[in-house]
Write a protein that binds this ligand. Structure first.
Ligand code: PEP
Ligand code: MN
Length: 291
């Protein structure tokens, strides 16, 4: 049942059609993405070495988290960072994807990672189970078209500027080519001016209302919430994670790290595995009573 006149108008005018009311439930690796089950994804923002990733992945698995997300292609805000001086240039790229793939296979975990360039897709699908489209690339049409043609499970992040029809339009682009393995990931939006929203270290405005908005379309597209990027600050990640689940999100993606303050990227928002465990426990309880 569609309750929004705005969305109804888009459908009547023929702009939107495929994703609305369409049943989407799929398996990526061994994880089920569905509007009827809770999915938890975690891992470090960036993979920097295989040993550390394996130690962390084992801990995640022992907590019952079966989906490992780590970054290999990291689009940073500035092309030159301090980390460059130690040889880390916006991620380990192909090597990073291979590390994530090996660790995931060894532990039987679902692997998720971002690619930016459609030319990297063939290599990525040889190693990992699910491709993340980052917020910066949520309207990168050659990438979305290629993902649609490939049939690989996709975690499509919402760009920080995107309206609901732009999000649904990006989903449609993947569906259109015959790939219905798509989950939407909300990760905070522009909340200008920043100092009014909370204070400057809070990176984005959590887009929690988009969860019931997408659900109200009776869409069966799984909605995953990413409180890490929405908040940018670890102390806020737990509360926003629980709020998202209570509001109806089907799962979470949370950046965690063995030593958060020393994470090579996004150190301010990474949580310890101990905190992640607490969030997971509360999220399961919130899932049971979600709206
Ligand atoms: C990420 O997931 O590490 C990331 C860069 O997120 P986003 O694309 O949402 O900024
Ligand atoms: Mn990150």
């Amino acid at each position: 049942m569609i309750e929004s006149k705005y969305i109804e108008g888009l459908i009547k005018s023929g702009k939107l059609g495929l994703s609305i009311n369409r049943q989407i439930e799929f398996v990526a690796g061994r994880s089920l993405f569905s509007t009827n089950s809770f999915t938890m994804i975690s891992g470090p923002c960036s993979v920097v070495d295989e040993g550390a990733l394996e130690i962390q992945a084992r801990k995640l698995k022992s907590m019952g988290i079966m989906a490992l997300r780590a970054g290999a292609y990291k689009p940073c805000t500035y092309p030159v960072t301090k980390a460059h001086h130690s040889g880390w240039k916006e991620g380990l790229q192909k090597e990073g994807i291979e590390i994530i793939g090996r660790v995931g296979k060894q532990l039987g975990m679902t692997t998720v990672t971002e690619i930016i360039d459609p030319r990297d897709l063939e290599h990525a699908v040889d190693h990992i189970d699910m491709v993340q489209v980052g917020a910066r690339n949520a309207q990168n049409y050659p990438l979305l078209d290629e993902l649609g043609r490939s049939g690989v499970p996709v975690l499509l992040k919402r760009g920080t500027w995107m309206t609901i029809d732009e999000v649904l339009g990006a989903v449609e682009r993947i569906l259109y080519h015959g790939n219905s393995k798509v989950a939407i990931c909300l990760r905070g939006v522009v909340g200008a001016p920043q100092y009014r929203h909370v204070w400057p270290e809070i990176r984005w405005a959590p887009d929690l209302m988009m969860i019931p908005a997408i659900k109200s379309l009776n869409s069966r597209i799984p909605v995953i919430y990413d409180p890490s990027h929405a908040c940018g600050k670890r102390d806020f990640v737990g509360p926003m994670a629980i709020a998202a689940i209570a509001a109806g999100a089907d799962g979470l993606i949370i950046e965690s790290h063995l030593d958060p303050a020393n994470s090579i990227s996004d150190p301010d928002q990474a949580v310890t595995l101990e905190t992640l465990g607490k969030i997971l426990e509360k999220a399961r309880a919130a899932y049971a009573i979600r709206w």
